[in-house]
Design a protein around this ligand. Sequence first.
Ligand code: ADP
Length: 612
Amino acid sequence: MIHFPSIRWRIAVPYMLLILLTMAGLLIYLSNLIRDAYLENLRSKLIAEARLIEDALTSATWDDPAELDALARRYADLLDARVTFIGRDGTVLGESHEERNQMDNHLYRPEVQGALAEGEGSSIRFSRTVNYDMLYTAVPMRLEGQIAGYVRVAVPLRQIKVGLAHLQRTLLLVAVATASLALLLALLIAERTARPIRQLTHVVQSMAQGDLSARLLPITHDEVGVLTRAFNQMSDRLRGTVTTLVEERGRLTAVLDTMADGVIITDASGYVRLINPAAARLLGADETSALGCPFAQVVRDHRIINLWQRCYEENEEQFESVEMGRQGVFLQAIATPLPDVGRQASLVILQDLTRIRRLETVRRDFISNISHELRTPLAALKALVDTLRDGALDDPPAALRFLGRMETEVDALTQLVQELLELSRIESGRAPFRMTAVDLADVVHPPVKRLEPQAERADVRLILDVPEGLARIRADAERMQQVVANLVHNAIKFTPPGGQIRVSAAKVRVPRSGDAPSVDPPLVSDLTEVLSPGMWALIFVTDTGVGIPADDLPRIFERFYKADRARSGGGTGLGLAIAKHIVQSHHGRIWVESVEGRGSTFCVAIPALTMT
Ligand code: ADP
C-alpha cells in the first residue's frame, strides 16, 4: 500500500490514475476501431474497383497477354493502385508494377482463394515484391458464366498508417488535454475535501497547545459540516469543564494555602504529590523542592514516617502525637488512605497543637500556682487557730499577737483574690477602660509620691524625674497609675537598703527606617525593633537592686511567676501580669532590661498624643 503524505493526494492520485487509465483504454480502442473501419472502407473500395475492371474486360482482351499488361498499368494509373490479372490456373496474365514472367503462381494467394470460394477475397500481408504491407483484394473474372480468372487490386498500407498515425496523434492530444483538465478538477475536489480537515487539524493543534478558545466556522452542510459543529460543541464543553476545574482548583489551592493544618498527599511509590505551605513550615521543608521527593526525605521524622507506613500497610487511618525536637513544636499527625485519588495514595494531616498544648500547660500551672498561693496563708491561718485553741487564748497578749498575724494572712489572701479578680476582669474585657487624654506626669507623679514613705522605710532613694507637659497620652489614668505603682513597689522590694530608684520619662519618635532614638537611661534594646514607627511616651523605672537572672527575664510577666521566691517578699506574682495587660490595652509595650546583681530598668511605652 502506498503511503500518501496528505488526504489531498490520497484522493487526487487514484482519481488521476483512473482518468489516465480510462483515457489510455479509450485511445487504444478508438484507434483500433478507426483503423478497422478505414481498412474495411478501403477494402470495399478496392473490391468495387476490381469489379469495375472485371466488368470492362472482354474475352478478347483476356486472351491477349500483351494487352493485359498495358491494361493493368492503365488501371493502376487511374486508380493509383497495383492491378494484377490472374488466370484460372493461377498464372499471372497481366501486372501493373512488376515483371509478370518472374512472378510465381498466384492461385493459392488468400485473396484469390477467397474470390474463388465467396466471389470476393482480401488479405493484408507483406509483399516481398514491393517490400511493404499491402491490402490485396480479388474478384473472379467471369466469361460467359465461367470463371476465367481473377482481377486483383492492391494498395500499399503505408498511406493508411500515415493517416492513422495522424489520427492517433490528434486523439492523443485530445486525451492529454482532457486528462489534464480532469486532473486539475481532481486536485480541486481533493483540495476542497481536504481543506476543512486541514482547518480542523489546525484548530485541534492550537487547542492541544492550550488555546481552548479556538473555534471552526461551519462552512458546509455535509459530513464535514456536522463534524465541525460537533467539534465546536465539544470544545465549548471542554472549555466549560476546564474553567470549572481551574476555578475549583483555585478554591482548593486557596484553602490549602491558608489552612493552619499541614496537608501532604503521597502516591503509591511514596512520593510527595501535594504539600501545602503549612506542612512545609511545620516540617521545616521547602514547598517547591519537596514536591516529587520521597515522603521520608521531606518529613525526616521517624515517628511520622512509621505512622505513614503503617497506614500504607494496614490501609487504615493512623494517629500519632509527635513532639518535634525543634522549638518544642507539638504535632498531631493523621495518616489516611486515599483510595479516590489513586491506588495506595495517602493523605497526611499535621495539626499544630503547640499553642493548645501551651495553653493547657498555662492552665495547669495556673491551677497549681493558685492552689499553692492559697495553701500557704491558709496553712498559716490553720496553725494560728490551732495555737489559739490550744491555750493561747488564755494568754491575752499572745492571743492579740496571733490575731494580728491572722489579720496579715487574711489581708494577703484578700489581696490575692482581688488581684486575681482584677486580672480576670481585664483579660475578659469586663473592666471597661475610661480613656482620656492625660499628661504623662499625672500618671507617674501620684503613685511615686504615695510610695515615697515606703522607700524611705526601706532606706532607698526614690528620684522622680518626669517633668510636667513632657507628653500627653490617651489612657485610663487610674490604671496606668496602678502600673507605675506596681513597678515602683517592685523596685523598692528588690532594692537593698542604700540603693536608688529613678523614675524618668521620654518622648521619642520611632522612625520608619534608620537609627533608633537614644534615651536616658541608655537601653540595650533597639527601639525600632520593639516599637512600631510613630510618637511614643516612655516611662522608665530604674533601680540598683538585685536584678533578674537572664533565664527568668522572658517569663516575669507571666502570672504567678516569681524569679526569686525567697526574696519575693510575699508578692503574689500577679502584679507584672496585670501591668502587662493594662499596658497592652493602651496599645503599648512593657519590657525589662536587667543585669543580675546590678539592677533593672522596666520600660513602659504608650503611643503619645500629638500636641495641638
Ligand atoms: P510580685 O507580686 O511577686 O512582685 P510581680 O509580677 O510584680 O509579682 O513580679 C514578678 C517577679 O518579677 C518578682 O517575683 C521578681 O522576681 C521579679 N521582679 C519584678 N520586679 C523586679 C525588680 N525591680 N527587680 C528584680 N526582680 C523583679
